[in-house]
Design a protein around this ligand. Sequence first.
Ligand code: KIV
Ligand code: NA
Length: 264
Amino acid sequence: MSRISLKHLRQMKVAQEKIAVLTAYDASFSYALEQAGVDILLVGDSLGMVIQGQESTVPVSVDDIIYHTANVIRGSDKLFVIADMPFMSYANPDQAIKNAARLMAEGGAQMVKLEGGAVIIETVKQLTARGIPVCGHLGLLPQSVHRLGGYIVQGRETAAAEELIADAISLQEAGADMLVLECVPATLGAVVSKQLDIPVIGIGAGSDCDGQVLVVYDMLGLTPGKRPRFSHDFLADTGSIQSAIASYVKSVKSGAFPNAEQQF
Ligand code: KIV
Ligand code: NA
């Protein structure tokens, strides 16, 4: 096993070494991201939007994620690769086990990521009990965008923040080994990262998370329309894709990204 291990990532949290994560969907980017010193690649269901041109992540299938995960795996030798479980591919524990096993066995992923809190706790227990590493995802849940009514900051009210903290603790207790926290106030990102033993990777969740993740096309300024506030065009700063990625890694590791304007 030559890829970065969960043990190593947990040690990075203990050592307060920031974890640099980006999404990847193909072998060429996977190779470039590894060369630039990224720690983890996420084969996000954001591929529905940035690769397929869909309006949300809802139409993405398990086969889509397997195809892109296998491509990403072939592009890198040592990075830890997480694959997203798509919308409704984990509606009950049995279905989740079957689909997670495919993402690992056919795609080659080391970990699967599921969105949600209380409703998925039993599923997370069953996956981890069977040796499938799980990353949780709380805050803004893009698979629930039609219910949320848009991509808006979550956990602003006290009750919502308390519920999110309780969900994060439940996920860790259920066996999750990592957590992605999306679009929440920086103060909440800090509290959750401090309370949990597992690494907390933020996207729009403030600079006190244990690591940061962005959609790679967002941080290269390629995504059409208004760039999210928590993102930054590293390509405009640097002039090449390789140096843009290296600059992102450096900024995450030093704590320079995200700055005060790039959080809520
Ligand atoms: O799909 C994705 O890219 C994600 C990240 C934005 C966390 O889930
Ligand atoms: Na996702």
